[in-house]
Design a protein around this ligand. Structure first.
Ligand SMILES: Cc1cc2nc3c(=O)[nH]c(=O)nc-3n(C[C@H](O)[C@H](O)[C@H](O)COP(=O)(O)O)c2cc1C
Length: 326
């Protein structure tokens, strides 16, 4: 059994359309103990939609957190309860996403200006579940780019019972920047997150934004309790195996080819259940990044996995291009 609190000192970020259950299953093969997050699910979608399908995950995905979006305390409590019942290890609230769609629903990063709403959500959610309710946020929004603004926000949520914060170390600009630009244009400010940790030694403070390699993660872990990695882990997933080996359990690094082979039974079952190959294989494109044959591997999957009736043989064929598999 993995100890949830220590295992999650390194985690993979929630990423819409990317960290779906297939991606997470694949990532778990690379790292048995890194913390995984779902894509953001809105509380309203869980309330109105097919809960079992939205909240589905494989038991191997533990430790696994669900990320919820919303600002209505009752709806958020409902979504938290449904998530808790299905066995998620952590319920995380999105207070960091800057997209217009999210702002019009009054949640995401714009909630940094309304900490009292987030606090009510936290209280109602905690009443409904027995796992930690945590918050993923930014260091500020728009002109509110100060330590004081972030501290006040955090203090109000701590008073409501939140103990873990994942802080994307750049502000969100709510008007005029796309979500994509909001992940690159506002500059990173790690120091603000370090100061937040120093002022709140008892809180669990995780840093996110621009993290790309193991040495950097190791250095960051000297200043904060945890590091969350987004894009780099998706584009070069073998990083997870390295992290597991060097910073987490010390488990031996698996061969990339073995990871593909361990995906095959899963893929076969998913195809039987009606899934399409490319919905799964698209997450594996970066597995051989930086290795001989990486380009041919990607090309073979990209050109063939979407075809009608495509099955595991496409992966076998893509492996033929990789010298490691010979
Ligand atoms: C494609 C994509 C989708 C994302 N979706 C979410 C999301 O659903 N919820 C969230 O809190 N952040 C989301 N993010 C932001 C990431 O969680 C993370 O905060 C951001 O990418 C910065 O980390 P990085 O520099 O390691 O990628 C998304 C990022 C990307 C690239």
């Amino acid at each position: 059994m993995i100890d949830y609190s220590t295992a999650c000192k390194v985690s993979i970020a929630p990423m819409m359309d990317w960290t779906d259950r297939h991606c997470r299953y694949f990532m778990r093969l690379l790292s048995p103990s890194v913390g995984l997050y779902t894509e953001m699910l809105t509380a309203a979608a869980i309330y109105h939609g097919d809960k079992d399908s939205l909240l589905r995950f494989d038991p191997s995905e533990h430790p696994i957190a669900v990320q919820l979006g919303g600002s209505d305390p009752e709806l958020m409590a409902y979504a938290a309860r449904e998530s808790n019942t299905r066995g998620y290890d952590e319920i995380n609230i999105n207070v960091g996403c800057p997209s217009d769609r999210v702002q019009s629903g009054q949640f995401g990063a714009c909630l940094m200006a309304h900490p009292e709403i987030v606090a009510s959500c936290i209280k109602e959610m905690q009443d409904q579940c027995n796992v930690p309710v945590t918050v993923k946020t930014r260091i500020g929004i728009d002109e509110n780019d100060t330590d004081d603004f972030l501290s006040r926000f955090v203090d109000i949520l701590v008073a409501a019972g939140c103990r873990k914060f994942i802080v994307h170390a750049r502000i969100a600009i709510l008007d005029g920047l796309s979500p994509k630009d909001n992940r690159t244009i506002p500059p990173l400010n790690y120091e603000r997150v370090f100061r937040l940790k120093r002022r709140n030694p008892d809180l669990d403070i995780h840093i996110n934004g621009g993290v790309s390699h193991t040495e950097q993660i190791s250095e960051l872990l000297e200043c904060v309790d945890g590091v969350m990695i987004g894009r780099q882990a998706y584009h070069e997933p073998y990083l997870l195996a390295e992290l597991e080996n060097r910073l987490l359990s010390g488990a031996e690094m698996p061969h990339r080819v073995d990871i593909v082979e361990r995906m095959l039974p899963y893929i076969e079952q998913q195809l039987i259940d009606g899934e399409r190959l490319n919905r799964i294989s698209r997450h594996m494109l970066g597995l051989f990044a930086g290795q001989p044959g990486a380009r041919a591997w990607r090309r073979c999957l990209s050109e063939n996995a979407h075809k009608h009736g495509a099955g595991p043989e496409v992966l076998q064929r893509a492996l033929d291009a990789v010298p490691e598999a010979a």
